[in-house]
Structures are given as C-alpha cells and as structure tokens.
Write a protein that binds this ligand. Structure first.
Ligand code: IP8
Length: 257
C-alpha cells in the first residue's frame, strides 16, 4: 500500500511565529511513520512550509512571482527556509529508522500561472521503489508566466493522488472537515459525490497566514483523485493509526467517484 501523508504546517510549526518548529508533534508523527514503514507501508511524506516560509513569502509577495532582481534573493531565502524545515523532518524520520530522502520541488517542479505543468518525479519514484521514503514539501518554483510561483504541499498530494497513491492522509491541527469554523462546527465524517457541493460551500479559508489557500484550496481537487483522502488531527497519532488499519475513528474521509 502506497500512502502519501501530508504533515501540515500548522502541526509541525507554530504557524504564527516565524521559524518555530513543534519538535514533540514532529517526533510523534515521524515515530508513527516509522512504525508503519516497518510493517510494509510505502510512504511518500509531504510537509507544509508552516511559519518557515508562509510568513516571509507573504511579506515578499512571492505568491504572484518575482518582479525585481531583489526578488531572486527573496525566492532563494524562502526556498532555503523550506529546505531547513525539510531537514528537521528528514532527520526525525531517520532517527525513527526511516530511510528518508528529501526532494525539493524548486529542483523538479515547474508551473504555469501557479499550476504545475511538470512534476519530474521519476527519481523520487525510483527511490520509493527501492524502499526509501521520499520527503517533499511546499516550495517556491519556476513559473512560465510569472517567472516564479509557489507550489503547496497540497498540489504535490493531488499529483500523487492522481498517479499512484492508495490513500492520501492530511494531518493538520483540526479533527477533519468541520461544518463551520466556530464552536458550533461539527465533524463531517464522510464526503462523497452526493454531498460534495454542499460541503464545499460550507468551507472557508484557513484562519492563519497561508499564501496557498488554506482549507478550501485543499479540498477542491479531492473528488477527482483515484484514491480516498482522509483529513485527520495529527495531534492524535492513534487516529492516523485507525486510518492505516482501516478502522473508524475521528476523521473525514473523501471518497471520489
Ligand atoms: O504549506 C507553501 O506550502 P504549504 C509553500 O504546503 C510556501 O501550503 C513557499 C509558502
């Protein structure tokens, strides 16, 4: 079974404090990935950029590309921050016995008008086949029209969900998809073709600084994928266990088709 799991920026970092990782959450998630890797699950780990990149990317206006030569330096520094966070994740996975190899989208993805036109993942998939666990993340990338743009980890998850994954798991800081973001918000456990339109209308953007669209951006493509997608609270690793074991628990399952 191939599982693409996204470790959301809101759980692996403190999203409103620049460059602040959450070591306990990172360790717990990487331990869980280690446990199931040893049981034979083939993981592709995707992580968000959290407070490492969202804050400076917004400050420099990188979502709409770079317009000055100074922008090149901003682009490079945001990429470097993404790499820094990726190294933290990769090292944690390695500590848990996972042969994690980091792939940075700036070096294998190109976009046009903020949408991927080429995701050259041949080598990544070769590593997966060899038994490694590829790690990739939201990043800045070259863009045909805008010179540069941003790819969210969600864009990469969509790609793996269209190509080869059997399950997509998004671990964030919420229990799943909620009917509203206020206290009255109730968990929507199942999303199918039947109830999707109504569900989409209910969903508003993330409350945090997020240059790639938050929750509404996330669910848009889920019903076009080849496999189910699960939204789960990553602060409760047991719930991710339930997903991997095929058991019911607190999470939202999207079933396309
Ligand atoms: O946190 C965003 O990736 P995400 C990447 O997965 C940058 O949305 C550079 C802000």
């Amino acid at each position: 079974m191939i599982v693409a799991i996204k470790l959301g920026g809101s759980i692996i970092t403190q999203k409103s404090r620049f460059k602040t990782p959450e070591p306990a959450a990172i360790d717990a998630l990487c331990a869980l990935i280690g446990e199931y890797h040893k049981k034979g699950v083939k993981f592709i780990v995707v992580h968000g950029a959290g407070s490492y990149a969202h804050i400076p990317a917004k400050e420099y206006g990188l979502a709409d590309g770079i317009k000055t030569e100074e922008g090149l330096v901003h682009y490079a520094s945001v990429h470097s921050l993404c790499e820094e966070l990726s190294t933290i994740i990769t090292n944690s996975l390695i500590r848990h016995g996972v042969p994690a190899i980091s792939f940075h989208p700036a070096t294998f993805v190109t976009q046009n008008k903020k949408l991927p036109v080429k995701i050259d993942d041949k080598l990544l998939l070769r590593y997966l086949k060899e038994g490694f666990v590829p790690v990739t993340h939201g990043d800045v990338v070259l863009d045909k029209s805008l010179r540069t743009s941003i790819i969210s980890g969600d864009g990469l998850m969509d790609h793996f969900g269209k190509e080869l994954a059997d399950k997509l798991i998004y671990a964030s800081d919420v229990d799943g998809l909620l009917s509203s973001l206020d206290v009255k918000g109730e968990l929507i456990r199942d999303v199918t073709k039947k109830n999707f339109d109504g569900v989409y209308r209910m969903v508003s953007g993330s409350q945090h600084t997020d240059v790639t669209g938050g929750m509404s951006g996330k669910i848009k493509n889920l019903m076009t994928l080849k496999c189910p997608t699960y939204l789960v609270n990553g602060k409760h690793p047991n719930r991710i266990r339930s997903i991997l074991d095929g058991k019911k628990d607190i999470y939202t399952k999207f079933t396309p088709g």
